[in-house]
Structure formats: C-alpha cells, structure tokens
Design a protein around this ligand. Structure first.
Ligand code: PGA
Length: 253
C-alpha cells in the first residue's frame, strides 16, 4: 500500500532534512512511502534519503520540456532531480491556479513521455457533493484527463481521489464515501479500458487523513493507499500513520 506525503508549500531545507531523518528509516514493511516536497527542497530531500526506501516526487509540473516558461519546471527536470512520481491536477492547482481539465490532460501526457509515475488527482467540489453529483464530477475529470491514452500508458498511472470538501478541512470522507468513489473510478476505468486497467491501477484516498482514520480507507473501502497533507508535516505523526496502515495491510483477508 502507498503512503504519500504532500507537504504543499511547507518546510525549509533544514526542516525537510530533519523530517527525512525521522521518516526514511521508519517505513514499515508493506508500505511504499513517497514524499512530495516543494520544488525547492526536492534535491536536498533526495540527497538525505540516500538508499533508504522513501521515494520522492514533484507537486506540480509543466507540460513542455523546455522553453520560455518563467517559473515552470519540466518532467525531465523532476526526473533529473531523482523524482519517481509527480502529482498532476491537485485540486489546489485547479482551484487556486486555474488549471483546467485540458491542462491536466496535457501534463499527464508530458509526464508519461518520461519515466515518471503520474499521480492523477480527481475529486468532487463541495458544490458537486451538495448537489449529489460527486460521481459526475469524478467521471468527467477522469474521462478528460485520460482521453486518448493507451492501455499501456494507463497501467503506469496512480489515481488519487481527493474530495475538495475534505482537503484540509478535517471533514474526512467516510470509509463508505471513499468506497463509493473507488467503485465509480474502477467502473469508469472498466468502461474505458477493460478489466486489467480497472483492477491494476492503484487508487489513493486523500483529504484529512490521520493516523486515527487511515485504516478505514484501506481494506474494505478499496483504496490502495492514501495521499496525506496536514498529517504528513510532522514526521512522528506520519510514521504512526504508516504504522497504522501497515497494521491494516497485515490483517487484510
Ligand atoms: P489534507 O490534504 O490531508 O491536509 O486534507 C490532502 C491533500 O491535499 O493532498
């Protein structure tokens, strides 16, 4: 199972290195740990990790490889820094920075042109949720993002379901809500790409995940891991979250 830490716009180099020292040697068996530092700390985090089992990813990327794009960085640059993963279409990129579904689709293609693993983020807004249209929003975002990708490309994706109303709000989705989203995503993938893709792509849940609620998203809810913001900032909290997740994995039927 995957435990991913999205630091967002947090941590100086010194804070980043201290976190790595506590976390990189404490990744439990059965957990794939990935940290998404701000771009400024990726190199330092990668160096501090050394050969320990903690992968490093970018929080965002642009869809061109090089050129006059002030302030942007390319998939190749992330690869060069030693990243293995990159978040694509996080709701904060969509909402605060105006990323459209088409931008997300372009980024996904650019990332797939490198060896990086894209973590495609989709999720319903509070408005979608209150209107009872969560499934429509999830299906639309998924459909536009993956349109035209081959089955082989799809098999390289990780998809994170992050309801916008649950991100940073403390109002986490219930295990039942997460289960329903995993079913919507897997049904959508089955319809578009068939059984192998639908069953193989790892699905993550994100939105106010804590050590206390993490186990509910694994097991029955049909998620293969979690994407964690706030509760990933403190190293000890993140380690205990990983330990809880590993316990759930160990007791899974
Ligand atoms: P949160 O953020 O855990 O603070 O809700 C999750 C995310 O945005 O990836």
């Amino acid at each position: 199972m995957i435990a991913a830490a999205n630091w967002k716009m947090h941590k100086t180099l010194r804070e980043a290195a201290a976190w790595v020292e506590e976390v990189a040697s404490s990744v439990p068996k059965g957990v794939t740990a990935i940290v998404f530092p701000p771009h400024t700390a990726i190199h330092a985090v990668r160096e501090a990790v050394g050969s320990r089992p903690l992968q490093v990813g970018g929080q965002n990327v642009f869809y061109e490889e090089a050129g006059a794009f002030t302030g942007e960085i390319s998939p190749g640059m992330l690869k060069d820094l030693g990243c293995t993963h990159v978040l694509v279409g996080h709701s904060e990129r969509r909402e605060t920075f105006g990323e459209t579904d088409r931008d997300v689709a372009a980024k996904l293609r650019a990332v797939l042109a490198t060896e990086l693993t894209p973590v495609l983020c989709v999720g319903d807004s509070l408005e979608d949720f209150e209107r009872g249209d969560s499934s429509g929003a999830i299906r639309r975002q998924l459909g536009v993002a993956v349109k035209g990708l081959t089955g082989d490309q799809m098999l390289r994706l990780v998809i994170a379901y992050e309801p916008v109303w649950a991100i940073g709000t403390g109002r986490a989705a219930t295990a039942i809500e997460a289960m329903s989203a995993s079913k919507i995503l897997r049904d959508g993938l089955l319809h578009l790409y068939g059984a192998e893709v639908a069953e193989t792509i790892p699905l993550l849940y994100g939105g106010s995940v804590t050590p206390e609620n993490v186990r509910g998203y694994l097991g029955l809810a049909g998620m293969d891991g979690v994407l964690v913001g706030s509760a990933s900032l403190d190293a000890r909290t993140f380690v205990s979250l990983m330990q809880e997740a590993a316990r759930e994995e160990a007791t899974a039927p």
